[in-house]
Write a protein that binds this ligand. Structure first.
Ligand SMILES: [Mg+2]
Length: 331
């Protein structure tokens, strides 16, 4: 079996590149030959695009993304662009080695990703490349750009912007914010800095051609995956292969805090049932196409990366477009 491995050296503060020697050893143990893309100076999406342009995927049996949600998103985007550009082109399965900070995609698909990714978790992820179950993953598309994980408008993108500004400002203290735990610490600090400054906007949301909501909002999430921001599950019925996207809208700061606290995914089972009951008034819906009109332009993010702000977003789903491998081995 031959794999195209796309590794983001800077994912989770350099955690990805640290893990590579062990990943290479596990690949050899599984008899998987590989081509590695891991240039520190070229974005991973550009490396994949160049590889596809020069070589196509003729001799590649599986594409392996090594990094966080942003890495998987960039690689999958390039694969889909390449597939769409030529008649009769098909994709080999895509496999995940989840070495990011939030790891929404991996968590939603049944990978075990704790605060620290253990060697056992890594071995299970590598074994999924060859022995995982086949699954057809949907993609979302916003204003023409595909996304694998989720799309957000409002407060969360502002927190992400703040994080990116502070990360540059605190470059000298970067050792504090390395790895998944350090990454989460920086996010928490930036949430505090940005939270009360977020202004409510008027929004008009149509779902599959019908008006669903008109009123105030501070944050709006459209998810392809069930897990959001690493720790939250707003709705249990969110699946990445049902041809539907899940929209959650937050009207104000109190609604935002309440909904997030009640959506924490690691509550014990009894408490989870109670939280679900208390969160029953969550503004949630599912659909295939969403038109979001805002009173003012707002920043946005897709798959954990900044996305150009606007006062109008059209979001739709491409059902089952990416063949992937999900874990089949018991935890
Ligand atoms: Mg879905």
């Amino acid at each position: 079996m031959k794999a195209l491995c796309a590794l983001n050296p800077s994912s989770a503060g350099g955690f990805g590149i640290k893990c590579w020697p062990r990943i290479a050893e596990l690949l050899r143990q599984h008899g998987i030959d590989y081509v590695l893309l891991a240039d520190c100076d070229v974005p991973i999406g550009d490396q994949v695009r160049c590889f596809l342009k020069d070589n196509g995927l003729k001799n590649i049996d599986v594409v392996v993304g090594i990094g966080g949600d942003g890495t998987h998103s960039m690689v999958i985007q390039q694969l889909v662009v390449w597939m769409d550009a030529g008649q009769g082109r098909t994709l080999p399965p895509y496999a995940f080695i989840p070495l990011g900070t939030a790891n929404d995609i991996a968590k939603s698909l049944g990978f075990h990703v704790g605060a620290a990714f253990s060697d056992r978790d890594l071995a299970r992820a590598v074994s999924t490349i060859g022995h995982g179950a086949d699954y057809r993953m949907d993609l979302g598309v916003v204003n023409g750009t595909p996304f694998a994980d989720g799309f957000t408008i409002g407060l969360d993108p502002n927190i992400l912007r703040e994080r990116n500004v502070q990360k540059k400002r605190l470059h000298a203290l970067r050792f504090l914010f390395q790895g998944p735990i350090g990454g989460n610490l920086l996010y928490t600090i930036c949430t505090g800095l940005r939270f009360w400054r977020q202004t409510q906007r008027d929004v008009d949301v149509s779902v599959d051609g019908h008006r669903w909501y008109a009123g105030p909002m501070i944050n709006l999430v459209i998810n392809n995956m069930r897990v959001y921001a690493g720790e939250f599950e707003f709705h249990q019925s969110a699946y990445a292969n049902d041809g539907l996207l899940d929209l959650v809208l937050f009207t104000g700061q109190r609604d935002y805090l309440r909904s997030y606290v009640l959506a924490l995914r690691n509550y014990p089972r009894g408490l989870r049932r109670l939280a679900k009951h208390l969160n029953r008034n969550l503004q949630h819906t599912q659909g295939r196409r969403f038109d979001v009109r805002l009173s003012h332009s707002e920043p946005a993010q897709i798959d954990g990366e900044e996305f150009p702000g606007s006062d109008f977003f059209r979001v739709s789903v491409r059902a089952g477009v990416v063949p992937i491998k999900i874990p089949a081995e018991p935890l």
